[in-house]
Structure formats: C-alpha cells, structure tokens
Write a protein that binds this ligand. Structure first.
Ligand SMILES: Cc1cc2nc3c(=O)[nH]c(=O)nc-3n(C[C@H](O)[C@H](O)[C@H](O)COP(=O)(O)O)c2cc1C
Length: 195
C-alpha cells in the first residue's frame, strides 16, 4: 500500500538529501550513504554498480532512507559494515525493511521503474512507510558538512588513488578541526584510518 506524505516532515527537500540508505537481502543487512534526489514531488536514487546497495535494491526493490546527523555513522557506513545491532527489522506490507535504530527519522520506499545503464541504476521511489524517532533541532555546522565532503573525496581516492583527493580531504579535515564537535572530530579520525 502506497502512502501520501509531506516529504519535508521527514527532512527530504528539493535537491539531493544525503541519507544513510539501509537495505537487506535475506538476513544480510547493509547501510551506506546515498543521495535521495527530489525534483518537485518525484524522488529518485542513482546507485552506481559495484555496491551492496545496488545489488540489494535490484533484488528486493525496497530501501529505507534514514536521516541522521551522526558523522561517525556516515564514515563507518561508507567504509565498513555497521553492526547488525544497529538495525531493526520490521515488516511493512509483507516486505522486510531494516531501518537504523538511531536515525532521527526514516522513510521506507518501494523502488519502481528501475532503469539500468552501463554503470548505474536509477529508480523512482514510492513511499511505503515512515517513522520519526526524535525531532532534532540543530543549526548547520560546517564541521559536519566537511565530514560528508571528506567521505565523498575519500571514496574517489579509493577508486582512483589520485593525490588531489587526499589534498581535498585535508582541506575538509582542517574545517572539521576548526568547526566540528567531538563527534565530527572522531569521525574524521576514523576516516583517515580507512585511507
Ligand atoms: C555523502 C555520500 C553520498 C553518496 N551518495 C551516493 C549515491 O547517491 N549513489 C551511489 O551509488 N553512491 C553514493 N555514495 C557512495 C557510497 O556510499 C559508497 O560507494 C559505499 O561504499 C557503498 O556501500 P555499500 O557497498 O555497502 O552499498 C555516497 C557516499 C557519500 C559519502
């Protein structure tokens, strides 16, 4: 059963919202940062080949977009696997979904009209269910966004080995030092450890 929602109530605004997408196949659960693309009231994901998220979405046609301000979760879910105990397992219209226990909120989506290209898939997202755990009022913090940018450059560095990405990571690391809190600084330390 599809539902109608005010996407802003769940933190999803026009443009690209950086969420932690959780998916599963059988007992195996996965989390990774992925952008939810919103154009007016249409939502999409673009998933590049080679990730577990890509494989799970292709197989199960469902995903959960989790909203979190936890920089450590962004780093750990980019470069390693979260612990099974970080997920909950729920049933929604006969489908299993695996949101993050600590997400501020989540929206579960059915993935439809999936188009495959040589390097990616694009799916349209149809809301199936939602949950708000805690309403977080937080002013923008440059340290948090710098961790996100550093994660993106770090994935590019791992793919290409190009030095320019290391330089960019260092630039964002300096912003984390200046503007971040304990969580962002710890996240950045973890990120350097994954390089
Ligand atoms: C903030 C952020 C946003 C990302 N958005 C996407 C995306 O929209 N699509 C994608 O394919 N990869 C995206 N990535 C890269 C994946 O998160 C990364 O490849 C990850 O290791 C995949 O993990 P998995 O194999 O567990 O699915 C993003 C990474 C970051 C840090």
């Amino acid at each position: 059963m599809r539902i109608k929602l005010d996407l802003e109530d769940y933190g999803i605004y026009e443009g690209i919202s950086e969420t932690i997408v959780t998916t599963n196949r059988g007992w195996s659960m996965n989390a990774a940062p992925m952008g939810i693309i919103r154009r007016s009231d249409k939502l999409f994901v673009r998933l590049f080949k080679g990730s577990t998220t890509y494989d799970n979405v292709l197989s199960e046609k469902v995903l959960v977009a989790n909203t979190t301000w936890d920089a450590i979760t962004f780093v750990n879910s980019t470069f390693s696997d979260l612990d099974d105990s970080d997920f909950e397992s729920l049933n929604i219209n006969g489908r299993t979904i695996v949101p993050l226990k600590d997400a501020q909120c989540w929206v579960a989506f059915e993935c439809i009209n999936t188009k495959l290209t040589s390097d990616a898939l694009v799916s349209e997202l149809i809301p199936l269910g939602t949950h708000v755990n805690k309403c977080l009022i937080r002013a923008p913090n440059r340290g948090f966004f710098a961790v996100i940018e550093a994660c993106i450059h770090a994935t590019r560095y791992q793919l290409t080995g190009e030095n320019k990405y290391l330089k960019l990571i260092k630039v964002y690391g300096d912003i984390v030092d200046k503007c971040g809190g304990k969580n962002e600084k710890e996240a950045m330390k973890l990120l350097y450890g994954y390089l």
